[in-house]
Design a protein around this ligand. Structure first.
Ligand SMILES: Cc1cc2nc3c(=O)[nH]c(=O)nc-3n(C[C@H](O)[C@H](O)[C@H](O)COP(=O)(O)OP(=O)(O)OC[C@H]3O[C@@H](n4cnc5c(N)ncnc54)[C@H](O)[C@@H]3O)c2cc1C
Length: 386
């Protein structure tokens, strides 16, 4: 695995691991139980410009997706929602960096890289969940302005956000995946409709927000008219979702190995029992598969190759490893694992989000199957996936 990491990547991993251990892990359970936004942790990430990790220099750190996967795993092993808040912000900023004008980049990237300006993603809607073609929010052109009407659902970071990268229909549904344009809308131009009480990811609420005749200048349009949704495929920050899964799968394994080594029943540690040792071995295999798939997909993206198939494999392997490892962790902790005295019940609640968000796993299975049927085995030396 280390073969994919540069010397700098290894340094980033060590720094992020120490940061997560010292600054996030001690408060992670409390943040969850009090549903408190991890402002201090994110500001500290901003000071390190991890909130601009993949943004181009000089504002961001100019790192790649392998580095993003490494950073995200470390943060998520301590607190998945911290990694979630950072990545929803960074993903929106990355799209601005990729498709924005020079003037937009100069204006926004310095603050975004440091988390002094906070971004959120306004893509999903009531009828645009796993299938975003159901989007109904519209942007009508009025001379050099646009008028936006509609709503966005599940906007993570909304309360802290300064900007919401907002997708709106500017063409017909028949144009899909064209006909959608991205805009940088001030967060306070929306009206808050509701905030959901969620099973996990509790420190980072997701909101439904409404746009009612909101006007933005054409200088807030990000990328060409009608190309907003297609333009999303130009960035691979979605690797953060499997990387968050790797973090949880790892934390669940570490806590369970420690607990079953200490907890004695029948005169011996639980970990002395072969049946239980094999369960730990199964958890370790899931973790290794998940990390390998995630780093491999990130590496393909860094090399500018077609990473779609690898990304789907990573999403499935890592998010399902997170749920399965967290579930086993609760089981192997016994009754105490079912309480808030331990973190494993949090891992399970947080892990479940990952098979839904970033597109439900069913959709990734469909996409993977489609590619496999089109080209079951790729030539070994064509520089793409297996
Ligand atoms: C806590 C949270 C935070 C989020 N943050 C953001 C955010 O910041 N910005 C944003 O834009 N969105 C965000 N989302 C939205 C997220 O991306 C969507 O929830 C996700 O895309 C699924 O859409 P849906 O919830 O409408 O599920 P639906 O589309 O209603 O699907 C429900 C279920 O049906 C099944 N299913 C769906 N499609 C298929 C298929 N093709 N074949 C078989 N089964 C299928 C799956 O099991 C799926 O889980 C967030 C969601 C949550 C819960």
């Amino acid at each position: 695995m280390d073969a994919l990491l540069t010397e700098e990547g290894r340094r980033l991993r060590a720094e992020a691991r120490a940061f997560a251990r010292e600054r996030i892990r001690p408060v992670a359970d409390e943040l969850d139980q009090t549903a408190t936004y991890p402002q201090d942790a994110l500001e500290a990430c901003g000071e390190r410009r991890w909130t601009g990790l993949t943004l181009p220099e000089p504002h961001g750190l100019g790192k790649g997706y392998v580095d993003l996967a490494v950073l995200t795993e470390e943060l998520a092993a301590a607190s998945m929602p911290v990694a979630s808040a950072l990545n929803l912000h960074l993903g929106a900023a990355q799209l601005l960096a990729t498709h924005g004008t020079d003037a937009q980049r100069e204006r926004w990237l310095p603050g975004l890289a440091r988390f002094e300006t906070v971004a959120a993603l306004g893509l999903s809607e009531d009828e645009a969940g796993s299938d975003k073609s159901g989007m109904t929010t519209t942007a009508e052109r009025d001379a050099d302005r646009w008028v936006l009407d509609g709503h966005k659902r599940w906007v993570t970071n909304y309360h802290q956000a300064d900007l919401v990268l907002t997708y709106a229909r500017t063409g017909d549904r028949a144009d899909w995946p064209g006909g959608v344009t991205a805009f940088l809308v001030d967060a306070d131009a929306f009206t808050l409709d509701r905030e959901w009480d969620t099973l996990g990811a509790r420190p980072v609420p997701a909101c439904r927000v409404v746009l009612d005749g909101v006007q933005v200048g054409d200088d807030r349009r990000v990328g060409p008219i009608g190309e907003g949704y297609r333009g999303r495929s130009a960035v691979a920050n979605g690797i953060n979702v499997p990387a968050r899964g790797v973090g949880i799968a790892r934390a669940a394994l570490a806590d369970t190995a420690a607990h079953t080594s200490e907890r004695e029943q029948g005169g011996a540690p639980l970990a002395d029992r072969q049946g239980l040792r094999w369960e730990l071995a199964a958890m370790a295999r899931r973790l290794d598969r998940a990390r390998l798939a995630t780093l491999s997909a990130a590496d393909q993206a860094d090399r500018g190759r077609d990473a779609a198939r690898a990304m789907a494999v990573a999403k499935l392997e890592a998010t399902e490893a997170a749920v399965d490892n967290a579930n086993d962790a609760v089981q192997l902790h016994g009754g105490i694992g079912y309480t808030r005295e331990r973190s494993v019940e949090r891992y399970l609640r947080d892990a479940k989000l990952l098979t839904i968000a970033g597109g439900p796993n069913a959709g990734h299975r469909d996409a993977l199957a489609e590619q496999v049927l089109a080209e079951p085995v790729r030539p070994v030396d064509d520089g793409r996936n297996p």
